[in-house]
Design a protein around this ligand. Sequence first.
Ligand code: 4AD
Ligand code: MG
Length: 462
Amino acid sequence: RTEIKKLFMSPESYLDVSVTVCGWVKTIRDSKSIGFIELNDGSSFANLQIILEQDKLENFSQVVKLNVGSALVVHGKLIMTPQAKQPFEIHAQSIEVEGASTPEYPLQKKRHSLEFLRSIAHLRPRTNTFAAVFRVRSVAAYAIHKFFNERGFVYVHTPLITGSDCEGAGEMFRVTCLDAKNPPLTETGEVDFSQDFFGKLTSLTVSGQLEAECMAMAFSNVYTFGPTFRAENSNTPRHAAEFWMIEPEIAFAELSDDMELAQDMIKFVLSYVMEQCPQEMEFFNNFYDKGLIQRLKGIISSDFAHVTYTEAIEILEKAKDKFEYPVYWGCDLQTEHERYLTEQVMKKPVFVTDYPKEIKAFYMRMNDDNKTVAAVDLLVPGIGEIIGGSQREERLDVLLKRMEELKLNPQDYSWYLDLRRWGGTKHAGFGLGFERLIMYITGVSNIRDVLPFPRTTGSAEY
Ligand code: 4AD
Ligand code: MG
């Protein structure tokens, strides 16, 4: 059995031998004594052209009546076709029908809306759009591992079930096996989680950062890459309840090192995907986002912009009439503000740094002004925030004071505080939302269309 991709790579080496290909029918048509099938096996974005001839194929009349979506094993001869659109074709000698399809198969040859395809997430990987999206997703994931491993980072696995809330936003899904109808209660009538599986209240993690920090204090440079969960009740094209995050953590490093790493990583992944997935990228460029390839090339070849939060507010205040949400020093930037900055003002990816401490998490390093923290977000055109990161507070006394302000119990974080007690060093890291990166690379505008089986508010099919 030969992968279709291999045939496209060097068709000449398959001349004069019998080849076997396995795949699914993308299109089928016939005219009297000859039939044409476009076959795809997922190894290549392009389809393979199969020629059926009545006098050469025993089950010709059965095969030409097959429906789109049928699974076939085709034995045939490869013929070069220099005059035709496709460089070669397979003349079938025999065909085994592994699994026939029916006329009710929902993916007929026409353009389906993304909304409709979302309702058949189990079948949509067979369409061109999702074949391209999920291949890019796979290649981009590999590129991320390649980038960090080539730089000597250690890939660490942080727990998915956790007893702490890294971001402090209270947007966690609880993990419990208590009987919801009849849970054990404490003397004061609250649910008694000490009788639960782990002996305490646990949740699905919103970020692997705190555990990654522990690992960075041993390996210096580490990264995580895994699923994270947020019970944000935001029904937007950019939020999922289950998404993947890449979180590097670097020791003996400060915010500028963090930003340099983020920029290098994004550029590496864009270049790698464009090099490895030329047909998929061409497809997105033609059908979803004209100018995509040109734009991504521009991003690779120039530096990202950088403004402080305070500068960003000054810029936004001048355009305040354009926004639904008010802009003032201290406000959390809304997507409309982020997109305005990156799309209208900078026209490229922009790092925004040094946010007010009130709108950021407890672990971020306090700046000398005592008002802002060494935080960084990366905003990109079309999406807004794709990265959130910071330099971490390594000074035990400052961290304890901040936790007290935020009413966090130091006992709950004793292990995290130990990192500051024994061999603490300045360190920094960030989290990249993997789906947002895929949206950015492909031009696909809804997060539901870059996750194979999306989980969003009110929706967890499959
Ligand atoms: O900015 P966030 O909340 O940062 C953290 O979690 C830090 N602990 C990361 C770190 O420093 N190690 O999330 C990081 C990124 C966001 O910039 C965004 O791209 C993505 O994660 N993200 C989401 N993506 C999809 N759906 C959601 N609900 C997301 N929430 C965050
Ligand atoms: Mg953030």
